[in-house]
Ligand binder design. Structure first.
Ligand code: ADP
Length: 258
């Protein structure tokens, strides 16, 4: 991998996209997709002049359709490219728009790579300031090829404070370093749980592990996200916590009612 990173003429940009930001994790279930979704929404909410896209590259467990309350198949443009689906002002693409929700994704390596190629190269994003990519968890071939084939501005690593998650997060950081992708920093998700009844704080997954790891391996610590019922509920409802615009499904329904 190291040789490939050094030897190959690197990277073809994604047409129209200025900055690609990868959101990655070592382990699954640590809140990578939740972070990716809210990061995309957060960038757009912070500066309404910025055009933001969200690419669900988690081909085995696509969560973006549900989290962004989007479904259906993308239209195909005159250039034979897929048009992203848009909600809350964010252009989104996911393998979930292309396969049935219940269909098991049992693909051999080559099929995964070709699906990935489709998601990376055959989408008409238009002009985007930022494309946030929700990566598959781990440090395998897919993660490596995404990191090598497109120019990446930086990667955000998400981890819980738990040792098993941290070990894998560290591997993620090492992988990005090997392929010269700048690591923007570590987010510590599910950092603490505050009991809604008695306000007592419990560190369910341990305290401060990701912050300590960031210091040890010399990457920035980007902050804590508490384990909170609202985050889980809003995710499941397709209305992420950072949303600042109306749901386009509801707007469309209102138009129909009018
Ligand atoms: P990953 O992408 O790492 O697999 P997800 O973002 O899909 O993880 O999160 C896994 C589950 O945990 C989801 O149901 C999500 O809503 C929930 N979740 C993630 N972060 C939090 C949090 N900080 N508080 C409460 N629930 C969370």
């Amino acid at each position: 991998a190291q040789m490939m990173a050094r030897g190959l003429p690197r990277q073809k940009p994604i047409l129209g996209v200025n900055h690609v930001v990868l959101v990655a994790s070592g382990k699954g279930g640590v809140g990578k997709s939740t972070t990716a979704v809210n990061l995309a929404l957060g960038i757009a909410a912070n500066d309404s002049t910025k055009a933001v896209g969200l690419l669900d590259a988690d081909v085995f467990g696509p969560s973006i359709p549900k989290m962004m309350n989007l479904s259906g198949n993308p239209e195909v443009s005159e250039k034979n490219l897929m048009r992203p689906l848009v909600n809350y002002g964010i252009s989104c693409m996911s393998i979930g728009f292309l396969v049935e929700e219940s269909a098991p994704i049992v693909w051999r390596g080559l099929m995964v790579m070709s699906a990935m190629e489709k998601l990376l190269r055959q989408v008409e994003w238009g002009e985007l300031d930022y494309l946030v990519v929700d990566m598959p968890p781990g440090t395998g071939d897919v993660q490596l090829s995404v990191s090598q084939n497109i120019p990446v501005s930086g990667a955000v690593i998400v981890s819980t404070p738990q040792d098993v998650a941290l070990i894998d997060a560290r591997r993620g950081v090492e992988m990005f370093r090997k392929v010269s992708v700048p690591v923007l920093g570590l987010v510590q998700n599910m950092s603490v749980f505050q009991c809604p009844k008695c306000n007592h704080e419990t560190h369910i997954f341990g305290a401060g592990g990701a912050e300590k790891l960031a210091e040890t391996i010399g990457v920035d610590f980007l902050g804590d996200i508490p384990l909170h019922l609202t985050i889980r509920e809003t995710s499941d409802q397709g209305r992420p916590v950072v949303v600042s615009q109306p749901d386009s499904n509801e707007v469309d329904n209102e138009k129909v009612r009018d």
